[in-house]
Write a protein that binds this ligand. Structure first.
Ligand code: SF4
Length: 411
């Protein structure tokens, strides 16, 4: 069994506010599903192309980025989604669509590729109430995930990722999804698990916008979802995965803004074929990849192309630099089948969004990759509803706190 995670032994991803792998564009607030745990209200409003271009201007001014995640709402509901993807491509970013996939036809997929789409992240989980998939378990939904992965693979040249929100009652399913991703390592490039969060309304905190106490109830993440924990942590998800895959070894992370030892984005990368995982890459390889990409392009790497991810064998030459690659190379050398098979690199990311600490401090992702635009400036996409409702992010104040006694001044 692996030791507990220690952030000092992992690579701290170099992403920051002005220089990051990703920025987050929201061209629409409209969605064609209503997922539990979604942090945005579903409103039938699309941004115009001019408004999208203005958001991109803010990114160009304030932030270097390699990829632009195009989200929402569901971006495929936007009638000009092809123009938006084309705009992002022309301005020199990799467009990545974050979608539930419902509106994705094969024809649209080919068109999206033609205008430069670099990656697709499909949000599929059991709390979405999808037509024809209602009541299905996470494991049963793997059939739908595979359908999408195969369609993307048929078109080729587009990175394919899946994310799913992890709830208290779906945590048990995570190892099965990790196993499923391994079985399709040649066409599934990234799996993302996002720990469920919601504003805590009962008992814990009061919320303030400036000096004004505000009601979080009307916000998308203010609606309580009964009997679900809101404190599942990334190490807890890793511990669950390790019950089934004891070797599972994260290599890089983003810490929290308030707690340096918290894992807000926790990355694991593994080398393998459909039959076998040869090993987990270590911190040095990720450092090398991020640094080399930044040195050569001026940007930190987001979403490597599928052709790079399937040439995992070439990474084995880097064995002197990275202990994880060394281990994988040792196993691969002893296995003659590797000479005739491709070795793939696949990432598993666990995201642990905002945590409110007992004293009211908000532990956000330090170097948040998902910064979007609000009122001409960068803003956390996971809390945009606060800006829309209150004109600013809210502060959390513990409801019952014991104030320290004032020191008595004796004469
Ligand atoms: S701060 Fe929010 S939007 Fe940013 S990375 Fe963390 S969860 Fe995502």
């Amino acid at each position: 069994m692996q030791a507990a995670l220690d952030h000092r032994t992992l690579y701290r991803l170099p992403w920051s506010l002005p220089d990051n792998a990703i920025a987050w564009l929201e061209p629409t607030m409209k969605c064609n599903l209503a997922c539990e745990g979604c942090y945005r209200a579903n409103v039938d409003v699309h941004k115009s192309l001019a408004e999208v271009a203005a958001d991109l201007d803010v990114f160009a001014r304030d932030r270097r980025a390699d990829g632009i995640s195009i989200a929402g709402g569901d971006p495929l509901t936007h009638p000009q989604i092809l123009d938006i993807v084309r705009l992002v491509t022309r301005r020199g970013w990799k467009p990545i669509l974050n979608t539930n996939g419902l509106a994705l036809t094969d024809e649209l997929l080919r068109e999206l590729k033609r205008v430069g789409l670099a990656g697709l992240t499909f949000h599929i989980d059991s709390k979405q109430g999808r037509p024809k998939w209602k009541g299905k378990t996470e494991q049963e939904l793997n059939a739908l995930r595979l359908e999408y992965a195969e369609r993307v693979a048929r078109v080729g040249g587009i990175a394919c990722a899946f994310n799913s929100t992890v709830f208290e009652d779906t945590l048990e399913a995570v190892p099965d999804l990790v196993a499923w991703a391994h079985a399709h390592i040649d066409i599934v490039h990234v799996m993302v698990f996002i720990c469920f969060r919601a504003a805590v309304l009962e008992g814990g905190f009061d919320y303030y916008a400036g000096g004004q106490r505000v009601d979080m109830g009307p916000l998308a993440y203010g609606e309580p979802i009964p009997e679900q924990r809101t404190d599942i942590s990334a190490p807890e998800v890793v511990a669950k995965i390790r019950e089934r895959f004891p070797d599972f070894e994260p290599c890089a992370y983003l810490n929290g803004t308030e707690k340096p030892d918290s894992f807000k984005w926790l990355l694991t990368a593994r080398l393998g074929t459909r039959n076998r995982i040869y090993g987990y890459v270590g911190p040095k390889l990720i450092e090398l990849a991020q640094t080399a990409h930044h040195l050569t392009t001026g940007r930190y790497l987001a979403y490597a192309a599928p052709r790079v991810l399937r040439s995992g064998r070439s990474l084995l030459w880097l064995w002197p630099l990275d202990r994880g690659v060394r281990r994988a190379a040792g196993r691969a050398l002893r296995d003659p089948r590797i000479a005739v098979r491709r070795l793939h690199l696949q990432s598993i990311m666990v995201i642990q969004p905002i945590d409110v600490l007992p004293d009211g401090r908000q532990n956000m992702c330090d170097g948040c990759p998902d910064m979007t635009v609000w009122n001409g400036r960068l803003a956390w996409s996971c809390r945009l509803e606060e800006c829309l409702h209150f004109g600013q992010f809210v502060r959390t104040v513990p409801r019952e706190r014991t104030l320290p006694l004032a020191t008595e001044v004796s004469s």
